[in-house]
Design a protein. Structure first.
Length: 365
C-alpha cells in the first residue's frame, strides 16, 4: 500500500511501516532541516518541502500522490493550538488548528482507502475550534464528519503509547478513517503488559554530566549541566523531585534580600523518573533538568546520594520512544545534532504505537 505522510517531521512515525507493506512514497514537511533529515532516513520517499497552506506546495502534494496512486494518508498536524497545556486553547479559531482542513481537502481529492490522524486529546474538545467553509466557528471532529462522513467510516479514541510496546506514556487522539467500500478500521487492543524503564535502558552504563561512553550516542559529553542542578538531582532518589529534599532543594538568591529562597516550580520538574514503570511523556525540553520528568532514575550510591544526576542520553531516548537503538549510529555526534534530535524525538508519533495501529489494516485486508 502506498502512502502520503503530511506534517512528516523527520519520519519517525513511519519507521516500521515497511514491515507491514506500507510504503510512504510522498511526504510533506514545512521546516528545511527536518525535510533534509527525512530525505536522509527515507531516500526513496519524495519529500515536498514547504507550507501545506501554500497553493503550489499543496498542488505538488496532490499531483505527486495521484501519480504514485496513494491509498493511505497519515497526518500529524502541529498540536500547539489544541494542546491541553495551551492556556489559550479556548480562544476561538487558533490558525494552527486550520491545518486539519488541508488533511480533509487532501482526503476529498485523493479518496484514499485509509486515513490516520494523530494529535493531542484536545482535538476532540468542545473548546477547540476551526472556521468551516461558511466562516462559522465549529468543533473539529464534527467538521471532519460533515466533510467526510458520507464516504468514510470515522472512529476516534485516545490511546496511550505505553499500551503498545513503548516504554513511555504518551496519550494521543487517534482518528481512523476507512472508506466505506472497505472494512471499518478499528483501534488495536492494548498489550497485556507494559515495558518499564528498567527493561528498556537498565542495561546501559551509568553516566554523569559531561561524561562519554564507548556506546555511540550514549554520551553526556555535549550535555553539561549546571552545578546546582547536578547537586540537587544527586541528592534526589529515584522517582522523586528535588523539591521534596529538605536541604538540597532548588533555590536561588532573592535579589532584594540577598537570602536564598526556594524556586517556585511544579513537582514534575527537577524530577527523576521511575525504574519500574514506563517513563513519563518525552517532551521537546527533554534536555533540561528543570523541565518535566526528565532526569535519569539513578541508583543509590549508599551515602545518601544517587548516580546519574542528568537527563537521558540520546541512546536512552531512542529506547524510550521505541526507535531502533542504531537509528542514528551512522551520524556524527555533534552538539548541534544532539539538540536537533532531542527536539524531534520530543515531538514524535511513537513508531511502535503507529505500527500497532496500521497492522489493523495490513494484517487483515
Amino acid at each position: 500500500m502506498k502512502g502520503l505522510s503530511l506534517f512528516a517531521n523527520v519520519g519517525i512515525g513511519e519507521t516500521y511501516f515497511d514491515q507491514v507493506g506500507i510504503d510512504i512514497v510522498v511526504a510533506n514537511e514545512l521546516i528545511e532541516d527536518r525535510a533534509e533529515f527525512y530525505r536522509s532516513m527515507h531516500p526513496d520517499t519524495l519529500v515536498i518541502e514547504g507550507s501545506i497552506l501554500d497553493n503550489d506546495v499543496f498542488g505538488s502534494i496532490i499531483r505527486e500522490s495521484q501519480k504514485r496512486e496513494v491509498d493511505f494518508i497519515m497526518a500529524t498536524p502541529p498540536c500547539q493550538g489544541m494542546s491541553m497545556a495551551n492556556a489559550k486553547r479556548s480562544e476561538k479559531n487558533d490558525p494552527r488548528n486550520s491545518l486539519i482542513k488541508k488533511v480533509v481537502q487532501a482526503t476529498e481529492i485523493l479518496k484514499p482507502k485509509y486515513v490516520l490522524i494523530e494529535n493531542v486529546r484536545g482535538m476532540a474538545s468542545e473548546t477547540t475550534f476551526i472556521l468551516d467553509d461558511a466562516g462559522n466557528s465549529v468543533n473539529i471532529m464534527p467538521y471532519i464528519d460533515s466533510k467526510l462522513g458520507e464516504h468514510y467510516n470515522i472512529v476516534y479514541k485516545v490511546l496511550d503509547a505505553a499500551d503498545y510496546d513503548t516504554p513511555h506514556y504518551r496519550k494521543r487522539l487517534i482518528t481512523l478513517l476507512s472508506r466505506k467500500d472497505m472494512a471499518v478500521w478499528r483501534h488495536p487492543e492494548p498489550e497485556l503488559s507494559q515495558i518499564t524503564v528498567r527493561e528498556s535502558i537498565g542495561h546501559l552504563p551509568s553516566l554523569e554530566s559531561g561524561q562519554d561512553s564507548p556506546i555511540k550516542w550514549h554520551s553526556m559529553a555535549h550535555k553539561i549541566h549546571n552545578d546546582n542542578h547536578i547537586k540537587w538531582i544527586r541528592n534526589t532518589p529515584t522517582g522523586k523531585t528535588a523539591f521534596d529534599n529538605p536541604v538540597h532543594y532548588p533555590k536561588t538568591i532573592d535579589r532584594q534580600t540577598g537570602i536564598l529562597r526556594r524556586i517556585k516550580g511544579f513537582k514534575t520538574t527537577y524530577k527523576r523518573i521511575d525504574w519500574d514503570r514506563p517513563a513519563p511523556t518525552v517532551t521537546m525540553m527533554n534536555g533540561s533538568i528543570n523541565s518535566q520528568n526528565n532526569c535519569h532514575p539513578g541508583t543509590d550510591n549508599g551515602d545518601g546520594t544517587f548516580s546519574d544526576a542528568r537527563v537521558l542520553t540520546i541512546k536512552e531516548l531512542l529506547y524510550i520512544v521505541g526507535l531502533p537503538d542504531d537509528w542514528v549510529d551512522h551520524l556524527e555526534h555533534t552538539k548541534r545534532r544532539e539538540n536537533f534530535l532531542r527536539h524531534v524525538i520530543g515531538e514524535c508519533f511513537p513508531p511502535l504505537m503507529a505500527l500497532s495501529i496500521v497492522k489493523e489494516i495490513t494484517n487483515e485486508r
